[in-house]
Write a protein that binds this ligand. Structure first.
Ligand SMILES: Nc1ncnc2c1ncn2[C@@H]1O[C@H](COP(=O)(O)OP(=O)(O)OP(=O)(O)O)[C@@H](O)[C@H]1O
Ligand SMILES: [Mg+2]
Length: 255
């Protein structure tokens, strides 16, 4: 049975690459409305778990329920359409497109993509394109990237690219965003800004699951934290519980 207070529920997830058991029988829950953390030493399987949750790679086994529906059999773009989007550990922006064009690529329900509709609904398409542009510019404005809208995305700093990836995720009106290391390689001022944006988006109703090695970020943002080590669940609890968990400390020291 799926629990309606849980936006995401995954269980029995398993993935091997040749002889490497990257994720073994892992489970995770993300409550509706929360900012949930996912931590663990390098190579613990965090990114692989994200890839399995969002079906960027197919699990060998396991079940993923998003918003009351099983999604593990759906292609990742269909999962995104349901309001479940993710960003990547190394931000995936298209360097040779402008910042604004990167945003517009994420716009959904693009009538212009259907050739028949292109012929019969020219007016609608123009209206929708204008609406998408306005939405993209409003989001860019809210994250301080509006002035860069016409610049190549490749000209942005690493931190700004991460911000652009998050801004792009917002274009599809998501319910849940998975962020893979939003603070990695980002300067401290921009880290603080990114955290403020996450808190604001969360107060507007978006739930988050965040992988992060920066413990200040995780402990400040998250209501609940899951810990993976060697591909399996090691612990989960409040930030205070996790900080005081000896097994978690050992897993980090041993890595
Ligand atoms: N496509 C792949 N092919 C082979 N092995 C892989 C692949 N992806 C991940 N692995 C292996 O699976 C294990 C888990 O990797 P993963 O990237 O999920 O860890 P992580 O917890 O995200 O680590 P980090 O904190 O360094 O990002 C590692 O041993 C890694 O080398
Ligand atoms: Mg990773």
């Amino acid at each position: 049975m799926s629990d309606p207070s849980l936006l995401l529920q995954a269980s029995g997830l398993r993935k091997s690459f040749g002889g490497i058991h990257a994720v073994q029988n892992a489970y995770i829950d993300v409550p509706q409305g929360n900012i949930t953390g996912l931590i663990g030493p390098n190579g613990a399987g965090k990114t692989t778990l994200f890839n399995l949750l969002s079906n960027f790679i197919q699990p060998d086994e396991g079940k993923v329920i998003f918003d009351g529906q099983e999604v593990q059999h759906l292609p990742s773009h269909e999962i995104a359409l349901k309001g479940f989007v993710r960003t990547f550990q190394v931000a995936r922006v298209l360097s040779r497109l402008s910042v604004l064009e990167n945003m517009l690529l994420a716009a959904q329900h693009q009538t212009g993509e259907n050739i028949l509709k292109v012929w019969f609904q020219q007016g609608n398409i123009r209206r929708q394109e204008r609406a998408n542009r306005e939405k993209a510019m409003a989001i860019l404005e809210s994250v301080g990237l509006a002035e860069k809208a016409q610049d190549y995305a490749g000209a942005l700093s690493g931190g700004q690219r991460k911000l652009l990836e998050m801004a792009r995720a917002l274009m599809s009106d998501p319910k849940l965003i998975l962020l893979d290391e939003p603070a990695a390689g980002v300067n401290p001022t921009l880290i603080n800004q990114i955290c403020d944006h996450i808190v604001r988006w969360n107060s507007e109703g978006i739930s988050f699951l965040i992988i992060e090695h920066n413990m200040d970020v995780i402990m400040t943002l998250c209501n609940h934290i899951w810990v993976l080590a060697e591909g399996t669940n090691l612990a989960d609890g409040t930030p205070t519980e996790i900080q005081n968990n000896d097994q978690v400390l050992e897993a980090y020291l041993g890595s």
